[in-house]
Design a binder for this molecule. Structure first.
Ligand code: BGC
Length: 385
């Protein structure tokens, strides 16, 4: 699939831009503080080159460091591959590193990027709060930092943020549940359970916050009932966005609340890896009618589940679109200018507002996935079989 993505990037860029726009669509929340660290579980090699660091970006070529959190999730592989391909096509040298979800590994990789002459850093952090110290070195060397997808917290070295509108991801998930249960007209009550992501990932609070802004009024009125009683962010968070952790938590919820055949109508899941865990648990433990399950990323396993009726929707964040935008931002910076942004109010990383470029997410479900995912060249039919 990587090969296909690579070959289709140029051909599909315009189609993708029409499907998932990067419009001016500011989200409406301010940033919540990030919390504890996800578990560290693996080793990854650090970059090894030794070369003088750049003092300022130069026009025409140059080296860009791209730090990604993990290869474990499909999306980060696509993000990294798309960015590398596009940056190289634009004439830049790329140092692309994956950190196996290990914070210290990511810190060393970034340190090596700084010391090996990278002139701009693009970083999808593992934990938003853990990069302040290493990024001081980037700041000292005037190396601009673009936070990729996840905001880097409490560091004034962050120059820009590029992401899909995280709050809107959450509202779209909440609206999907609201509309498909017809909460404004149906009598209910309906049972719902909630699952979100890693507490150290600032995005998780935006996803959950956006969804709860839609759903909370129905919980308050009693039309939606959370039988487990777990509604607070900390209670529904999933360390490392782990499928197994989400599955184990759902096992307990089902056995305590739904084992007697009580109907579960909806499961809010903030992304596909947690949605998979919830679906696995229900398949093993639940006998009632299958609930609505939300997700995010349109990972292949989840799109297959969607086709099989085991996941209702997923948010489609076309990684080609975000990668192209970030390449534009890098290029503008390298040429001595300002990067394009479309939001200067939503994302405060604790040191002030970070100028951001927010791309607009869309939802995919059984009715539109072919148009969004196959016709646009994101996947082939064969990928989804
Ligand atoms: C990303 C999601 C992804 C999750 C787990 C979030 O920061 O925005 O797209 O599913 O991390 O990797």
């Amino acid at each position: 699939m990587k090969k296909k993505l690579v070959s289709m990037i140029l051909a599909t860029a315009m189609v993708a831009a029409t499907l998932v726009g990067c419009g001016n669509n500011g989200s409406s929340q301010t940033t919540a503080p990030a919390a504890e660290a996800p578990a560290a579980d693996a080793e990854a090699p650090a970059a090894d080159a030794e070369a003088p660091a750049a003092e300022a970006p130069a026009a025409g070529g140059g080296k860009v460091g791209v730090a990604m959190p993990t290869k474990d999730l499909q999306r980060w592989n696509q993000d990294g591959a798309n960015m590398q391909k596009e940056l190289e096509a634009a004439g830049y040298e790329v140092d692309l590193q994956y950190a196996s979800n290990d914070i210290q590994t990511q810190v060393s990789q970034i340190e090596n990027m700084i010391n090996s002459g990278c002139q701009v850093l693009v970083i999808a952090s593992i934990e938003g709060d853990s990069l302040g110290t290493v990024l001081e070195q980037a700041k000292e060397k005037n190396i601009p930092v673009i936070a990729y997808d996840r905001l880097i917290m409490n560091s004034d070295a962050v120059s820009y943020y590029a992401t899909f509108d995280n709050y809107m991801v959450g509202t779209k998930q909440g609206e999907y549940i609201r509309d498909h249960l017809d909460l404004d007209n149906a009598d209910g009550p309906f049972n719902i359970e909630l699952t979100t992501g890693d507490p150290g990932d600032n995005n998780a609070r935006f996803f959950f916050g956006g969804a709860m802004d839609v759903l909370q009024p129905y919980i308050d009125s009693g039309k939606l009932v959370v039988k487990s009683g777990q509604t607070e962010f900390e209670a529904v968070a999933t360390a490392n966005w782990s499928t197994e952790t989400a599955q184990a938590r759902m096992d307990s919820i089902v056995s305590a609340n739904y084992a007697d055949g009580t109907q579960l109508h909806a499961c809010l899941c903030s992304n596909d890896s947690t949605a998979l865990g919830v679906a696995n648990s229900l398949e093993a433990n639940y006998t009632g009618e299958w609930p609505i399950i939300t997700g995010q990323d349109c990972d292949i396993a989840s799109v297959k589940n969607m086709i099989a009726g085991k996941q209702s929707m997923s948010i489609f964040k076309d990684t080609r679109t975000l990668a192209s935008k970030v390449v534009e931002m890098v290029d503008a910076i390298m040429k001595g200018g300002d990067a394009p942004v479309n939001d200067t109010k939503s994302y405060d990383n604790g040191t002030g507002i970070i100028p951001s470029y927010l791309c607009e997410p869309v939802f995919a479900d059984i009715n539109n996935y072919k148009e969004l995912l196959i016709d646009s060249g994101y996947y082939t039919e064969a990928d989804l079989q």
